[in-house]
Design a protein around this ligand. Structure first.
Ligand code: FRU
Length: 428
């Protein structure tokens, strides 16, 4: 693997690896990275709410949990009659379950007493003793009259699944504030020079090589005014996304200590969202989502899943496919999906995301907000999108097909042959 060097001179606690402007400058759509067009599902499985960021209940070893025959997932949700742009202000975590990986049912809101004015993305752990932990972002200060944008990472313990008589996830939950930005490794709100700072999207990971327990999250690296990062260019310095990490020395899911970021993107991109790892063939694949509008001036990225690979968890990550681009939307539907999450299935990597704005080929997401309200409603998917199938080999990835909306295969489920396989068989 080649050595990576980070934007020069970032003071404080630097990540070992970085996403450089040169690498990100090579982002372009290719046959291997553009997902098929998404059409609205024939029936919306959960019509009563809009769904966006989604994560699956996973075991400590990172595999998707299957509890007494049920797959379980959690999503940020909002009432489906709310204008989509307003959903982040009222986000509530709901639980869904399925006994076939295709048909999903609403188990309702998970918490009555969550921290924060609203809850943003996270992850969920099914621990070895059968208890369920939810990690989430508490957005906004409790008790504040107006909507505020502070973000804290919270862990909720005490969850239990009951499957004797149908499916139920119950508490009583206890909510623990786990992490706030320290201002040194991770930027605080008052240090930020951007529209919105980030300290969110906790994701649990147990390193299969060392057995150590980690929590990844989305953050920003502090770049003080007058710093010589990005050649002293103050505008570029405002784009300072990072992938943060904390360690639990005892393995306790509710005890974490901040460590230096895994990777950052100073001068490249401001939001490295929902970072997560897939461990495969002895390599650590680090994936994250980012937006077209959060790239620094001079770079043309897309709403897309980006990825990096290293030989160790704290290694020198190199971007997949040279630029980091792994899955993006077609040029004529640039916002059809967002918030991708990769997970292993047999010898493939599958990627789920939510169905975002369709029949919209505008230049920016902001333009959506200027459409008539009925059009904003009509063009919002607000449900889980088709699952994308990826072939991953070393530093290269390739989209090889897609499954239906909401299709998250059960453990051991054989996937249908891909189009390429059928063509190959036809020729044989
Ligand atoms: C990605 C995201 C997450 C955040 C959530 C808020 O879609 O920005 O980073 O947790 O949306 O709704």
């Amino acid at each position: 693997m080649t050595e990576q060097s980070l934007g020069e001179g970032v003071p404080g606690h630097r990540a070992r690896a970085g996403w450089s402007r040169e690498q990100a400058g090579a982002i372009e759509r290719t046959d291997d990275t553009v997902a098929p067009i998404v059409y609205p599902p024939e029936d919306d499985q959960i019509p009563e709410v809009h769904i966006w960021d989604t994560w699956f209940l996973r075991n400590r070893d990172g595999t998707l949990a299957e509890v007494d025959g049920y797959r379980v997932c959690f999503s940020l949700t909002a009432p489906s009659d709310l204008l989509p742009g307003k959903r982040h202000d009222v986000a509530t975590i709901r639980c869904f379950y399925s006994d076939d990986g295709k048909n999903w049912h609403n188990a309702g809101p998970v918490f009555e007493d969550a921290l924060g004015q609203r809850q943003w993305a996270g992850s969920a752990l099914y621990d070895d003793d059968g208890s369920v932990y939810l990690f989430y972002t508490a957005a906004g200060e409790d008790g504040a009259e107006d909507l505020t944008y502070g973000q804290r990472i919270v862990g909720a313990g005490g969850g239990r699944l009951h499957t004797d008589d149908g499916f139920e996830l119950s508490g009583p939950w206890t909510h623990h504030e786990l992490l706030r930005p320290d201002g040194e490794r991770y930027e605080r709100e008052e240090q930020s020079r951007a529209m919105i700072y980030t300290f969110r999207d906790p994701w649990f990971f147990e390193d299969p090589e060392t057995g150590e327990t980690w929590l990844l999250f989305e953050a920003n690296s502090p770049v003080p005014e007058g710093s010589d990062a990005c050649g002293g260019d103050a505008e570029l310095q405002g784009f300072n996304g990072s992938v943060g990490i904390a360690r639990s020395p005892s393995g306790d899911p509710l005890e974490w200590e901040l460590e230096d970021p895994l990777l950052d993107a100073v001068g490249v991109n401001q939001e490295l969202e929902r970072p997560h790892i897939v461990y495969r063939d002895g390599l650590y694949y680090l994936f994250l989502s980012s937006h077209l509008h959060t790239f620094a001036p001079g770079l043309d990225g897309f709403d897309a899943l980006y990825g990096f690979v290293a030989e160790e968890l704290r290694g020198d990550y190199v971007p997949l496919n040279d630029s980091g681009l792994v899955v993006t939307n077609p040029e004529n539907a640039p916002f059809q999906s967002y918030s991708w999450m990769a997970f292993p299935h047999d010898d493939e990597v599958l990627v789920q995301s939510f169905f975002n704005y369709y029949e919209f080929a505008g230049e920016t997401l902001d333009e959506i907000a200027h459409l008539p309200e009925s059009e904003q409603m009509r063009r919002f998917g607000g449900t889980l999108g088709p699952t994308v199938r990826l072939d991953v080999e070393g530093t290269r990835t390739r989209i090889i097909g897609a499954l239906g909306h909401w299709h998250i295969p059960m453990a051991g489920e054989a996937l249908p042959p891909t189009d390429r396989e059928l063509i190959r068989r036809g020729r044989a």
